[in-house]
Design a protein around this ligand. Structure first.
Ligand code: CTP
Length: 405
């Protein structure tokens, strides 16, 4: 995991959302990061250092002139060892100071003294966020390379509804992970991932679909983002939400997915078809709701386009460079998957036995076998879908390095 062992400086400034920084701090520590918290004087009015100190098991820094030890000044030592500085919440006041390069407290001084990437999660009243001064300061910081996570819309401390809320902890974590991974092994690689189970309409209220939750595809998108890739995720409907730092394209049917994938093909280095695409669809969808009658109902189905086959057929121009497919099998896993690998002319096939109840459809974990044309099958143990995703990218990266240096 990308946060494991990383030195993160968490700056907390004086806004009502300061209490939410405790949750962020906790999640960072849970992910294996070493977190040093710096609070401004104003932050101390909203939350005490105690929860941060308890979670991090380290002293919380608040005073620029307190010596960490006999030789180090706090702002220099924290600035030098930081892998990343995140400020959450970042007030309009602190953003303004950072934009002008002011160094009047330990946090602003640390930011000035560090070369580590800077992530800011602004939170403030909607009018302050929309003010030309704040927007200009944000642009200045962005131009210098800072990552600004836009505040979310919702109920503000004033009781008004507007844009100014601190983004969810998960969003801030995702921005931190993406920033840390920016120069990772997949940097510069454009990856296209499909996810979810397509829906084939029968009438305005019914459709044919399957049990895919989309989690494997979403995990692949997150993992690729964390490794530095530029990610596009084409997703059939799922219960999963936005993935920070990933371009998402919503589709419903197999045909919509085919059109979307083929539209992106020439700008794609690696395609991973993790979606469970319908093989058949109703010949026609009834324009009105189908009414029941005493007689049974027979549905007439026709084949959908095989997206992988269409992509591979067009691949003579070289794009995508690497194509990865999935195979959901309920019997003779390796034999069926090997056949699919060669039949579909894929570089890599991820096969899973969907008859198992602890892995595959609708659950968090997966147990897969990786099959490539040039190597023996590799059976991975039961692991989270995110870990499976990391192993898939490791394998793709290996193939990429071998072929394209
Ligand atoms: N796939 C596709 N287009 C389709 C159906 C499937 O691109 N119309 C892709 C899936 O995204 C997956 C791979 O093909 O990456 C294998 O899908 P799977 O359903 O396991 O196999 P099929 O080839 O459809 O064969 P079968 O259903 O007979 O097992």
């Amino acid at each position: 995991m990308i946060l494991q062992g990383k030195n993160i400086v968490l700056g907390v400034t004086g806004g009502i959302a300061a209490y939410k920084a405790v949750d962020l701090c906790s999640k960072l520590v849970q992910a294996g990061a070493h977190v040093d918290v710096i609070m401004t004087e104003a932050a101390l009015a909203f939350v005490t250092p105690l929860p941060f100190q308890t979670i991090t098991q380290r002293p919380v820094s608040t005073d620029m002139f307190r010596l960490l030890d006999s030789t180090d000044m706090a702002h220099i030592s924290l600035a030098k060892k930081a892998d990343l500085v995140v400020i959450a919440p970042a007030t309009a006041n602190t953003i303004s100071k950072l934009a002008t390069g002011l160094a009047d407290n330990l946090l602003t001084t640390t930011v000035l003294a560090t070369t580590a990437p800077l992530v800011l999660a602004p939170a403030m009243d909607a009018d302050m966020w929309a003010h030309a001064a704040t927007l200009a300061n944000v642009r200045t910081l962005e131009a210098r390379g800072a990552v600004i996570i836009p505040p979310e819309e919702g109920r503000l401390a004033s009781g008004r509804i507007g844009r100014g809320r601190l983004p969810a902890t998960e969003t801030i974590l995702a921005a931190i992970r993406q920033t840390l991974g920016g120069r990772g092994p997949l940097a510069g690689m454009r990856v296209l991932i499909t996810a979810g189970g397509t829906q084939e309409p029968l009438d305005p209220v019914r459709h044919l679909t399957n049990r895919s939750s989309g989690r494997m595809g979403y995990a692949l998108a997150e993992a690729a983002r964390d490794l530095g890739a530029t990610v596009t995720l084409i997703s059939a409907p799922t219960a999963l939400g936005r993935v920070y730092g990933v371009r998402q394209v919503a589709v419903r049917t197999a045909e919509e997915m085919a059109v979307a994938v083929l539209g992106e093909r020439e700008n794609t280095d690696v395609l991973v078809m993790a979606a469970a695409v319908a093989d058949y669809r109703p010949v026609s969808a009834a324009p009105e709701k189908i009414k029941k009658s005493e007689a049974g109902l027979t549905l007439s189905l026709e084949r959908t386009r095989d997206i992988l086959a269409s992509v591979v057929d067009l691949r003579a121009d070289g794009w995508p460079r690497i194509v990865v497919g999935f195979a959901a099998e309920t019997q003779d896993l390796i034999a069926n998957a090997s056949q699919k690998l060669s039949h579909k002319r894929l570089d890599l096939l991820v096969a899973n036995d969907v008859s198992a109840t602890d892995a595959g459809f609708e659950v968090e974990d997966n147990r897969v076998v990786l099959l490539a044309s040039d190597a023996a099958p590799v059976t991975l143990p039961l692991m989270s879908k995110f870990e499976v995703a990391e192993r898939i990218w490791e394998r793709v990266h290996g193939m990429w390095s071998e072929r394209y240096g």
